[in-house]
Design a binder for this molecule. Structure first.
Ligand SMILES: *Cc1c(COP(=O)(O)O)cnc(C)c1O
Length: 712
């Protein structure tokens, strides 16, 4: 089992009877355990809301009399004791899936990612890639896989979003207060900070290392914001994905090269090295460098390290690839050539990629060539990736290109509403989470009464509506917000109306404007007096993505129109917290990517887990999941050119809403006003999607098909 390398700070002065609260606050296990959240909530429920569910702030700010009272309250103590008994047995378990299936396997896996989305209070993610990495870590903890996460700690995190009255995205960057975050600085025996060094032409860069505890899985985050570094270098880990290519390549060197050095400094010796997306691909070179320094030739070194490398690609379009002009490689990596024992041309050859506008040094090429395990993230994305990268295997037909696929999943306990867990506890037995990916278990869906399931759904939708209204109120009270924006942010939402959600990064390929493209037709559909429809939009664009920001503006224009009756809304500042409310609360989750640009997508899985029905283009994961009865498809299962696809998909979208979705929701109600046919479709969706599109199924596939072969 992996052990932690940091000491917990003794920061809070707590009554002895409840002093383990601090341990719980510093382990993100509480994030996916409702009972642990309850213990924080019960400590001081007003404060828990005010600190936005941040347990470290709660423990810093809670008053002593409140703590004293809690430590003498038998009801509180009963919950407290139960939580710590669960927590201790969770951490000590050896009969996990991995422990039981591979009892002799002790080797560790390093997992590198540019972003990790674990909880909204630690905003070091921008979207789906980060949330996937976060879910990956949580699942490794659950199944007992000895994996170690490696990433960067961004001192400002990802930006907060506001939308101006004319629909323009405004980004603000606020420094994070590390003292309020579940971060432990890793120190040496003598108490000084453990640091690593990476060399650049202008001198060395020093990074310190922070540990985040994710259940039993440690995550190490590097941060270069230190006095010893020059001001440019200090910025390297300020923000995610710098647009400036100088900063960007240095970030990736810190992640890939620095990450290997950090693991060494911490005393780890992983047997598998997994790169989640190409950003970390410099890791392959650092691992080869270690062996060249130990006496091997470059070829021997790169070929032997390659066996333990695993690379996951997430990018189905050539333009989305992470690559650098060759002059930038000359500028930043020249000192590496002699250390590897190769010359400049040999170095550039490692990742040379021909574009029609010239040559680049491509991070996915580097990762694909020097990893023996390679995978895409859905079946269709596998097909697309093999076609896209076949040039790297000259002579092989695309079908034989050695890139497999492991379809993404979501960490069920993180995303599933507590009310649903309670329902499953009752109907499936208390150990159902242990058997989460067992399809037979999910056959029991049929035994749940329609009305009982519907009541949970209604509750979740009301919760969403009230939350949205409260956010709008708070935003209005902060000032600088026009009345029309108050309406645009959802104060007129009705918790009993059919509600469609569309929330994700606003990149143009996701076509947020498809549903508004024939606006009069949409108005007609949503404004029928006895069958109204609401649409909730939310999402950020990368600050440098001008077309993405214009897309937000276009959608916001439709949102502000009085004719929509306050039924089309846009919620600012999409993050994990808002995502949780949305995927749990809406009736329909809509996704309209331009096929095949969506490598997988995961938010639709989160929605399905909670009983929302997917209404999506047959791209990414949905193409595998859709069976005709568990949601709806938009457009055909075919690759069309852009213009044809846009109009065919719009037509299909409106037709399906009009002829299927709206009638199914409002029609065929039983004596208790339960839409029975709708509920049957929900059950079909929950039954088929929850087990299959879980990180449980996903991690087992990674272990069997990629990690174990790389350990041999
Ligand atoms: C799950 C999630 C995503 C991924 O969205 P897709 O539409 O599936 O790509 C993005 N952002 C947040 C905050 C999420 O929770």
């Amino acid at each position: 089992m992996t052990t932690f390398k940091s000491k917990l700070p003794a920061r809070f002065d707590l009554p002895r009877r409840i002093n383990r609260l601090s341990e719980l606050a510093y382990n993100l296990w509480w994030v996916w355990n409702p009972m642990a959240q309850r213990v924080f909530n019960r400590t001081d429920n007003n404060l828990w809301e005010r600190v936005n569910h941040n347990p470290i702030r709660l423990l810093r700010e809670v008053s002593r009399p409140v703590l004293n009272a809690a430590s003498q309250d038998p009801v509180y103590l009963e919950i407290y004791d139960q939580v710590f008994s669960d927590f201790d047995s969770y951490l000590a378990r050896t009969d996990t899936w991995f422990g039981a299936t591979y009892p002799k396997q002790q080797k560790q896996i390093a997992y590198f990612s540019m972003e990790f989305g674990l909880h909204e209070t630690l905003p070091i993610y921008s979207g789906g890639l980060g949330v996937l990495s976060g879910d990956h870590l949580k699942e490794t903890s659950d199944i007992g896989l000895p994996l170690i996460g490696v990433g960067l700690l961004y001192t400002e995190g990802y930006f907060s979003q506001r939308i101006s009255e004319d629909g323009w995205q405004e980004a603000t960057n606020n420094p994070l207060d590390f003292a309020n975050l579940p971060l432990n600085l890793v120190r040496k025996e003598d108490g000084s900070e453990l640091t690593i060094q990476v060399d650049f032409p202008d001198g060395p860069v020093i990074a310190r290392i922070w540990e985040v505890r994710v259940g039993r899985t440690p995550l190490y985050l590097m941060d270069t914001n230190l006095d010893v570094n020059n001001p440019v270098v200090r910025q390297l880990t300020t923000r995610l994905y710098w647009s400036d290519i100088n900063l960007r390549i240095m970030q990736e060197v810190v992640l890939g090269v620095g990450g290997v050095r950090a693991l060494r400094a911490l005393g780890y010796n992983p047997a598998v090295w997994h790169m989640n997306e190409g950003h970390a691909a410099f890791m392959t070179l650092e691992r080869a460098r270690e062996q060249v320094q130990a006496g091997k030739t470059f070829d021997e070194a790169i070929n032997s390290t390659k066996k333990n490398n695993v690379f996951t690609t997430h990018t189905p379009v050539p333009a989305g690839n992470d690559e650098f002009p060759v002059w930038l490689i000359d500028k930043f990596l020249a000192s590496l050539w002699p250390e590897l024992g190769i010359n400049r041309d040999q170095f550039v050859d490692l990742a040379r990629h021909h574009q029609n506008w010239g040559e680049t040094f491509s991070m996915p090429v580097l990762a694909l060539k020097y990893s023996n395990g390679r995978n895409a993230v859905s079946e269709l994305h596998g097909v697309v990736s093999r076609e896209m990268w076949k040039e790297l295997w000259p002579g092989l037909p695309a079908i034989d290109v050695p890139i497999t696929h492991v379809t993404n999943g979501v960490h069920t306990s993180t995303w599933m509403a507590r009310r649903l867990r309670v329902l499953y506890d009752k109907h499936f037995g208390h150990d159902w989470l242990e058997r989460l990916d067992d399809f037979e278990l999910w056959e029991k869906m049929e035994t749940i009464q329609d009305g009982e399931l519907w009541a949970v759904r209604q509750h979740l939708k009301r919760k969403l509506a009230f939350y949205v209204q409260e956010r709008a109120r708070q935003r209005w009270m902060q000032g600088g917000f026009y009345p029309v924006q108050v309406i645009a942010s959802g104060v007129m939402l009705d918790p009993y109306v059919l509600t469609i959600g569309f929330a994700r990064r606003f990149a143009t390929y996701k076509r947020a404007n498809l549903v508004t493209s024939q606006f009069e037709r949409l108005l007609h559909l949503i404004n029928q007096p006895n069958r109204p429809v609401q649409i909730i939009f939310s999402g950020k664009s990368h600050p440098a993505d001008e077309p993405g920001k214009m897309l937000i503006q276009e959608v916001y224009r439709a949102v502000k129109k009085a004719e929509n009756g306050g039924r089309i809304v846009f919620l600012e500042d999409y993050d994990i917290n808002l995502a949780r409310y949305l995927v749990q609360g809406v009736d329909v989750w809509m996704n309209t990517p331009r096929r095949p640009n969506e490598a997988s997508g995961t938010s639709g899985m989160k929605a399905a887990v909670n009983g929302a029905l997917n209404f999506s283009v047959l791209d990414g994961w949905w193409r595998e999941a859709f069976n005709g009865d568990n949601g709806w498809a938009i457009g055909p299962d075919a690759d069309l050119n852009e213009d044809v696809q846009d109009s065919a998909d719009a037509e299909s979208l409106y037709q399906t809403m009009e002829k299927e979705i709206i009638p199914l929701y409002y029609g065929d109600r039983d004596a208790n006003d339960v839409p029975v046919k709708w509920v049957h479709r929900m059950k079909e969706s929950m039954r088929t999607i929850t087990p299959q599109f879980s990180t449980r199924r996903m991690l087992k596939e990674y272990v069997d098909r990629l990690y174990l072969p790389a350990m041999k």
